[in-house]
Design a protein around this ligand. Structure first.
Ligand code: BEZ
Length: 395
């Protein structure tokens, strides 16, 4: 049995766990990252290759968060020769009345305007002429924001992992699910199948596996789990290019009818365009219920949408992937960043990040989590996400 003493143990070695460890290393905190599977695994929210970076959000604080994330992306970019963000812009379009988990076009415009962020508005015809979509209803509107990007998420995680591996203050342990968390005075004892570790502080960032960890501390979050499908469609026109985009439309029975897509990039099936449904027909009760097989009906709706509204692509996918995400019942605020609830011993020494779509904030969330866990505070305003009092439930 190993017994070691750490300043911080990070539970969860996905993108945000590694980003947190990287920032802890910069502050010389002796850090251990415990990953239940292997690093770079495809079983959690860090699966897949690309993500969208975007600035439009219906809430101003989210727009500010996206802007504040940029210098942290720039900093991480200096650590690798691989381009992490491919800045092709964000196109949001569709029915202006529709509200989704991603927001609403008119509200996002208001926030961008209020903060003086450049964007252009588009009619349905202009979207077709400038971006290769077709047969869009006349009432559709759009906004194009040039700061959006396709994130090379795989390279982002690899870069963070390399940085952590090179840092002597950080120890990385894979195949190490946490079995027990025992408060011991001002410290915590953490048990995995490989050993027992002592730490002053805990950063809990296990993605969709959040409840399996916080249950050990006698609380939980109500969440459903989306096994999100994604697919790659071969370009029939080799010169066609799309920005990162999202279409807002009303659901039609079980077809959630919201889709999003990416440009073709040389780091992810270069001859293909990735398009994905932003809905699941059947949310899961438990993360362990997931399969790695995309739902064929969701893929069919995606193919149908491409057939009706996109140009220059085959309509049947040739590659597919899935990604598992935990979504809470928090209205429009899927991110939860907070200390453990007061009934947990040493609760101020336990910081939790859970639920929502946060890949675009990866290096910035690492900074925030490292500040919170080491110093108990951060310079960034996290009040919109400090929702534990409402969403952490005692077991
Ligand atoms: C996002 O930008 O948050 C997002 C885009 C597409 C699907 C899910 C989330």
């Amino acid at each position: 049995m190993i017994t070691e003493n750490y300043d911080v143990i990070v539970i969860g070695g996905g993108a945000i766990g590694l980003a947190t460890a990287y920032h802890l290393g910069k502050k010389n905190a002796k850090t251990l990252v415990l990953e239940q599977f292997t690093f770079l695994n495809q079983s959690g929210s860090s699966a897949g290759v690309s993500r969208q970076f975007r600035i439009p959000y219906p809430d101003e604080y989210m727009v500010k968060m996206a802007l504040e994330a940029i210098p942290y992306w720039d900093e991480l970019q200096k650590e690798t020769d691989v381009q992490l963000l491919d800045k092709v812009g964000t196109l949001w379009f569709g029915d202006p009345e529709v509200r989704s988990t991603e927001g609403n076009i008119a509200d996002a415009e208001k926030s961008l305007k209020a903060l003086g962020i450049p964007y252009s508005t588009l009619t349905s015809k202009e979207i077709e002429e400038q971006f290769h979509f077709r047969n869009l209803p006349d009432n559709y509107t759009g906004l194009f924001q040039p700061g959006g990007a396709s994130i090379n998420f795989k390279a982002t995680i690899e870069t963070l992992l390399n940085l952590c591996q090179k840092d002597d203050t950080i120890q990385l342990e894979e195949n190490s699910p946490v079995l027990k968390i025992t408060p011991k005075g001002k410290l915590f004892e953490i048990t995995t199948p490989h050993g027992t570790y002592i730490t002053k502080k805990l950063a809990i960032i296990p993605g969709p596996y959040i409840n399996s960890v916080i249950n050990l501390l006698d609380f939980k979050i109500e969440a459903t789990y989306w096994n999100m499908a994604s697919a790659y469609f071969r370009k029939t026109d080799p010169n066609i290019q799309y920005p990162t985009w999202f279409v807002f439309q009303n659901r039609i029975e079980q077809n959630g009818n919201q889709f999003y897509g990416f440009p073709s990039v040389d780091w992810d099936h270069p001859e293909y365009i990735r398009v994905a449904p932003d809905f699941v027909i059947t949310p899961l009760e438990e993360p362990n219920d997931r399969t790695f097989i995309p739902n064929p009906q969701e893929l069919q709706y995606t193919s149908d949408w491409i057939n009706d509204h996109m140009t220059g692509l085959n309509t049947q996918p040739e590659y597919t992937s899935t990604c598992l995400i935990a979504l809470s019942t928090i209205q429009d605020k899927e991110l939860l960043i907070d200390f453990a609830p007061p009934y947990v011993p040493n609760h101020k020494n336990i910081v939790v990040y859970a639920t929502g779509w946060a890949a675009k904030f990866t290096p910035f969330l690492g900074k925030i989590m490292s500040d919170l866990v080491l110093d108990g505070k951060t310079d960034f305003d996290i009040s919109p996400f400090k929702l534990g009092h409402k969403y952490f439930l005692a077991l």
